[in-house]
Design a protein around this ligand. Structure first.
Ligand code: 5GP
Length: 184
């Protein structure tokens, strides 16, 4: 019998209320920084969708958005391979782009996305990430806006998955070890 998702969580790192509060602060910051410019949000699927959905409604400016599919992870360990699985609908030439990411770990995914987008001649490109995990950063890459900086743990919830599950948790947590490693 399937057990409730919440029983699989060892620890809640950020509650729903903490997340909503931080997202509002980020939205206010973007509203201030992009006043007078047309903001174009490029979201990396699928983990960033809850963040995008909350963030965009806290930005008090005219904006547009587009989605990009990139795959880089399988299971709990990075395969080190980044692949474009779905391209943008629209051209970003001459536009002020903000890349919306769920989490930056090694930075491999974002380096790939940045390289790819910069070839399309946008007016500017900045990065916003919900979570930043700087411990294993290989590529020299920094986000311009960060929700929370976290230690080197595998987290799930608020868009982040383990094997495509737990994305719908409204909080961010750490999975119990026996969920992904099997019973000890
Ligand atoms: P990077 O390329 O920076 O190493 O990894 C970025 C991608 O790896 C993220 O977009 C996310 O899909 C996945 N990832 C990295 N760390 C975590 C984590 O702690 N939990 C989950 N669920 N995914 C992660």
């Amino acid at each position: 019998m399937p057990h409730p998702m919440h029983d699989d969580i060892q620890e809640v790192l950020y509650s729903e209320a903490q997340i909503q509060q931080r997202v509002r602060e980020l939205g206010a910051q973007l509203t201030q920084d992009y006043a007078g410019r047309d903001l174009h949000l490029v979201t990396i699927m699928k983990g960033s969708l809850p963040f995008l959905s909350d963030l965009m409604r806290t930005i008090d400016l005219p904006l547009t958005l587009d989605l990009m599919g990139v795959s880089s992870y399988s299971g709990i360990n990075s395969t080190g391979e980044v692949r474009l699985t779905m391209d943008l609908d629209e051209s970003i030439e001459g536009r002020h782009v903000v890349i919306v990411e769920d989490i930056i770990d090694t930075g491999l995914t974002l380096s790939y996305v940045l390289r790819n987008l910069r070839q399309r001649a946008p007016a500017s490109v900045k990065i916003i990430t919900f979570l930043d995990k700087p411990a294993k950063r290989g590529a020299s890459i920094e986000a311009d806006y960060v929700g929370f900086t976290i230690p080197d743990a595998f987290v799930i919830g608020y868009g982040l998955d383990w094997n495509q599950r737990y994305r719908n948790l409204p909080y961010v947590g750490i999975l119990k070890r026996d969920v992904y490693a099997g019973p000890l």
